[in-house]
Design a protein around this ligand. Structure first.
Ligand SMILES: [Zn+2]
Length: 377
């Protein structure tokens, strides 16, 4: 069902697309030549094996900028002599690039590498790898899987259109430049109680569940923050899946970051409990992904206050790649209150006194953060 919807949206997008046909390094303004047909569901061309080679003959490209949002993308259209299969993958090192593999296809002599202004793509190069063509897009910065699309189109003899491979690369949208005032009053704070519903999170040796303590602490934090004059956005308020019971893990996490993004939270805080195979391991840690100048400051402030409040082993503020701290478009941190896999800490996590202590620690950490961030203005 979701796939059909996606294809429909894609068809709408492509029909509304007007773009230009341009030689490399010429700014494409007028001359709309790349007009792609509607894609019906199932029209994507499948592989036909390697029994015959296809030829990649012509490459054209266009820039597209949305007037309303300023979002920009580059579309590259490659003509091929037959139906092919094409896939793309983003590679981070040694330099960021998107590599598109066109199976059973070789470029002909007219195809040459392209150089761009580097805002979205720096360079596109065509290489033969066995039976396949590898098209490499050198990128100015690393992009996510959602920032590019690779698809194929059937030929249309009536309109004199060949088979095509289309690659869309979005320009990454920069984050706003944040600045903060001191104190908690009027701040908008997104609190994300980890796990919930069908996902219990980690489970302790006495069967206490992570989703229970994350919700209890989040609710305490909410009460304390609201008393201090802040506005709180909760990604969940009870024991439930945020996206839905049958969601993928990514859908579930996306629903949490989207809630904070849509409601323009000042900061985002995800609350979890840790777990490890060795039951003697314990302590408190905080994670951040440095996407604004404030993420590590937020994590350090929280960590300092949580250690003062709970007095457990200081496992520090550490950088990490977790989805919710990466995809939220504001300073964000993820706290691991204690180890639920450690019997002593499981007991603490399940006690209302410890939950309240850690909740106070979080609120003090948030206040510490805003006071410190305000000094940078
Ligand atoms: Zn967790």
């Amino acid at each position: 069902m979701r796939k059909i919807l996606w294809m429909f949206l894609l068809a709408l997008f492509i029909t509304s697309w007007t773009s230009a046909y341009a030689a490399p390094a010429v700014v494409p303004e007028a001359k709309p030549v790349i007009s792609l047909p509607k894609i019906a569901s199932g029209q994507t061309v499948e592989s036909r094996g390697n029994s015959r080679q296809s030829e990649l003959s012509k490459v054209r490209w266009a820039n597209h900028t949305e007037a309303l949002t300023g979002a920009a993308m580059l579309r590259l259209v490659m003509d091929v002599s037959g139906p092919v299969e094409a896939t793309g993958v983003v590679i981070a090192s040694p330099t960021p690039r998107l590599v598109v593999t066109i199976k059973g296809t070789v470029p002909n002599k007219t195809v040459s590498n392209l150089t761009f202004d580097g805002k979205i793509v720096e360079k596109v190069s065509f290489d033969v790898s066995g039976q396949d063509t590898k098209v490499s897009f050198d990128l100015p910065i690393m992009v996510e899987d959602s920032d590019f699309k690779v698809f194929t189109l059937r030929n249309d003899p009536q309109a004199n259109k060949p088979f095509r491979v289309v690659v869309d690369v979005n320009k990454p949208v920069p984050l706003p430049d944040f600045s903060f005032t001191a104190g908690l009053k009027n701040k908008v704070i997104a609190i994300d109680p980890g796990h919930g519903g069908s996902d219990p999170g980690a489970i302790g040796p006495s069967r206490y569940q992570e989703k229970t303590v994350t919700l209890a602490v989040s609710q305490n934090v909410r009460t304390l923050l609201e008393k201090a004059g802040a506005r709180v956005i909760m990604t969940r308020q009870d024991d439930r899946d945020v996206y839905g019971p049958n969601a993928t893990a990514v859908d579930e996490l996306k629903a949490r970051s989207t809630a904070a993004n849509n409601r323009k939270a000042d900061v985002f805080l995800s609350i979890h409990a840790d777990a490890f195979s060795n039951p003697t391991v314990g302590g408190t840690s905080t994670y951040y992904y440095q996407k604004t100048r404030f993420d590590s400051m937020l994590a350090s402030s929280l960590q300092t206050s949580l250690i003062q409040a709970g007095n457990l082993q200081d496992r520090r503020a550490n950088p990490a790649n977790f989805y919710v701290i990466k995809r939220t478009r504001m300073p964000a941190a993820l706290v691991e209150l204690a180890f639920i896999s450690n019997p002593n800490e499981e007991k603490l996590l399940s006690s209302p006194e410890f939950q309240q202590k850690m909740s106070l620690g979080i609120v003090q950490g948030l206040e510490r953060f805003f006071n410190q961030a305000a000094k940078l203005n």
